[in-house]
Design a protein around this ligand. Structure first.
Ligand code: B16
Ligand code: MG
Length: 218
């Protein structure tokens, strides 16, 4: 039986995909006069800030030293934080409260397992922070697709990975959940064939299906 559900943030609880990518786009236009190819967005999904920057720099074969990368990442984050500064409960993805309430009612612990260092701000802005028993700090952990973010949450509650389920919208995230040895619920339009079950949106997930996932009988 699942005792802990670990939620990703971007693409699961809210959508900050455009805000992340537009902040990168502004930066690349300003410093490199490059208009980012929108197809690159998927390669930065669920990937840490610095790893996302490396994906973009590598794609355009731009070489720069670590201190410049840090400055670029900081400026991107400042722009991103401006974009999300007005986020509130209207920015919740549809159907999340029904799922969070159901898990709470079943006494199942909930954790945030986001690659984003802005996760705690967004939980508060969306007014769902009270549901969460633990927020993984991704700063010192290896990013997705490594399993570390998900394993950290299991360890916090002294649980076996088999007692945990992760919810993810990105390929890197689903890979991280499966590498952690957990049940993976995929969400959204990406092809997440490694997930144990996938729905496009939370309203599509019936409570019967959720119950099967929690009991491991799917
Ligand atoms: P930050 P998730 C990820 O969120 C985003 O999908 C990804 O685009 C971003 O680079 C990463 O968070 C880091 O975010 O710059 O705010 O620390 O899907 O893991 O919730
Ligand atoms: Mg995500």
């Amino acid at each position: 039986m699942i005792k802990l559900v670990i939620f990703d943030m971007d693409g699961v609880l809210t959508s900050t995909t455009d805000e992340h990518f537009n902040a990168w786009a502004q930066l690349f236009l300003k410093y490199y006069q490059i208009k980012l190819d929108p197809k690159l967005e998927v390669k930065t999904k669920g990937v840490s800030r610095i790893d996302s920057l490396n994906v973009l720099l590598d794609h355009y074969q731009i070489v720069c030293d670590e201190s410049v990368k840090q400055e670029l990442a900081t400026e991107k984050n400042e722009q991103y934080q401006q974009f999300i500064s007005a986020y509130d409960e209207s920015h919740r993805l549809p159907g999340i409260i029904r799922i969070l309430d159901y898990l709470k009612h079943k006494d199942i612990k909930m954790a945030l397992g986001s690659a984003s260092k802005n996760g705690p701000f967004l939980l508060k802005a969306l007014k769902i922070d009270a549901y969460f028993d633990y927020v993984v700090d991704p700063s010192l952990l290896k990013g997705k697709p490594n399993p570390d973010i998900f394993l950290d949450a299991a360890q916090h509650f002294n649980l076996d990975p088999k007692e945990c389920m992760g919810v993810e919208d990105a390929v890197a995230g689903v890979l991280a959940i499966k590498r952690a040895g957990m049940i993976a619920l995929g969400l959204g339009p990406e092809d997440l064939s490694l997930a144990d079950h996938q729905v496009k949106t939370f309203p599509e997930l019936t409570l019967e299906k959720l119950e099967d996932l929690l009991k491991g009988t799917l």
